[in-house]
Design a protein around this ligand. Structure first.
Ligand code: UD1
Ligand code: CA
Length: 456
């Protein structure tokens, strides 16, 4: 733990350029709210205090709610008067020798780039260290001005820049490491809002420190992408793509085949074992884990699920479910919460499974609904089998024991138990328990009548 470091994340801004009712930091990048990426990178440094500056109102409430489980302290900025004003709200909440200030809108942030700035600050014995970068184009970032000997003297916002300043390639990432002392808090209090946006700019600290003869340094981020800010929907899309490709790159490096990296949507906390193949249009989210030698996709969506080894899933939706080793799913199947299937089971076309344990070797090949059920080993479920689990008031369980054979188009009205190796005739409606080894037929007997004219 860095016991002399307070981290301050700025997340109170209105995010006006997003044109959204939702707080900017709650917009998603590769499946996670932007702020979650920022918190994840920062928490790796284990700061002794971890503050998040938020606004007031519904947007801010939603931010607090989303991150209520995180070990962060929320600080209120009642009016969004600028980044300098936002930091000044942390007065009285900080401790330790120095502060790490991070904008909440940098979803591609890594802990490495933050560590780099902190080391630089320490090595230089700086009062204020700025993390800068040289992106492909300086865009709307604040320009970092250095004097002839290379010392940072000022950050000028794009809107306030002269033509000459506008062309400066080195820009401000918005991340700073600053000594936590009297000078800082006085400097924040003395900021003025005489600029294009009428805001109290944190960036003005650079000029203030420089004039006071304080030690100001700036270090360039090796990879400007890692400190890219998101202000608009198009930047959101750019960040989203980068974040996806970063994850996919890590997976490929660890031995996963991704057939078309651009069309794999894999959230940061998903784990996949080696020699698994991901086909186009596969979405993996919610901490899903996948074993090795699986083939997932094309066009498959898996959320908050455990997929073991040697599983094949195509054109299917899997949510909060478990798919055990050697099982195949799809095309066009839906495993809903509480489905637990396999090992070596076969779920085929248009099959829905919910809150059901389907054991080793179960086959449900076609057009079936299995809900609230316990299906034993090697049970064969014929096409069109339906567990009627709901009587309009409550859900009831169906138990089908090992080796049973359910004929096609069977309705099983729960609660009911079908014994081991029992056989159900096709088209049956089963309302009573079936003993082991029995053949149950629950349907009207077929009658063949002669045509009327023949009778006459
Ligand atoms: C800011 C910097 C700019 C830098 C860029 C890097 C200033 C004046 N400018 O510009 O030099 O290149 O970041 O991405 O600092 N926020 C608050 N309260 C406020 C205003 C903002 O908490 O009153 C938060 C926002 O939620 C956001 C962060 O501070 O997460 C940065 O604010 P934003 O308006 O996005 O600043 P930029 O215009 O991007
Ligand atoms: Ca920004």
């Amino acid at each position: 733990m860095m016991d002399n470091l307070t981290a301050i994340i700025l997340a109170a801004g209105k995010g006006a350029r997003m044109k959204s009712k939702r707080a900017k930091v709650l917009h998603h990048v590769n499946g996670w709210p932007i702020l979650r990426h920022v918190l994840r990178a920062t928490i790796e440094l284990a700061p002794s205090r971890f503050l998040v500056v938020v606004g007031i109102g519904n947007g801010a409430q939603a931010v607090r709610k989303e991150f209520s489980e995180w070990p962060v302290e929320f600080i209120e900025q009642r009016e969004q008067l600028g980044t300098g004003h936002a930091v000044s709200q942390a007065y009285g909440h900080v401790s330790g020798d120095f502060l790490l200030i991070v904008p909440g809108d940098l979803p591609l942030l890594t802990s490495q780039v933050l560590s780099c700035l902190i080391s630089h600050h320490n090595e230089q014995g700086a009062d204020l260290a700025v993390l800068s970068m040289i992106p492909a184009t300086p865009g709307a970032y604040g320009r970092l001005k250095r004097d002839t000997s290379g010392h940072p003297v000022k950050i000028v916002e794009e809107r306030d820049a002269t033509d000459e300043e506008f062309d400066i390639a080195e820009v401000n990432s918005g991340i700073y490491c600053v000594r936590n002392d009297e000078f800082l808090w006085l400097a924040l209090r003395s900021l003025d809002a005489g600029n294009a946006q009428g805001e109290y700019y944190l960036t003005d600290l650079v000029e203030h420190y420089h004039h006071a003869g304080k030690h100001v340094t700036a270090i360039k981020a090796a990879d400007p992408q890692q400190v890219m800010g998101v202000n608009s929907r198009s930047e959101l899309a750019v960040a989203d793509r980068s974040m996806r490709l970063r994850k996919v790159g890590e997976l490929m490096a660890s031995g996963v085949t991704i057939v078309d990296p651009e069309s794999a949507y894999i959230e940061p906390d998903v784990k996949i074992g080696p020699d698994t193949v991901i086909l186009p249009g596969t979405h993996l989210s919610g901490g899903t884990t996948v074993g090795s030698n699986c083939t997932l996709g094309p066009e498959t969506w898996i959320n908050a699920s455990q997929v073991e080894d040697e599983v094949g899933i195509r054109y299917s939706v899997i949510e909060s479910a478990r798919v055990r080793t050697g099982t195949t799913i799809g095309p066009y199947s839906h495993l809903r919460p509480g489905a637990d299937v396999g090992p070596a089971a076969r779920i085929g076309n248009f099959v829905e499974v919910k809150a059901a344990r389907l054991r080793r070797g179960v086959k449900a090949g076609h057009l079936t609904y299995l809900g609230d059920s316990d299906v034993g080993e090697n049970v064969n479920i014929g096409a069109g089998t339906i567990t009627c689990n709901y009587d309009g008031k409550a859900k009831h369980r169906t138990v089908i024991k090992d080796g049973a054979f359910i004929g096609s188009n069977t309705s099983i009205v729960a609660p009911v138990t079908i014994g081991e190796r029992a056989i159900i005739g096709a088209g049956s409606t089963i309302t009573e328990d079936v003993p082991s080894e029995a053949l149950a037929i629950g349907r009207a007997r077929q009658v063949n009548k002669r045509k009327k004219e023949e009778v006459e």
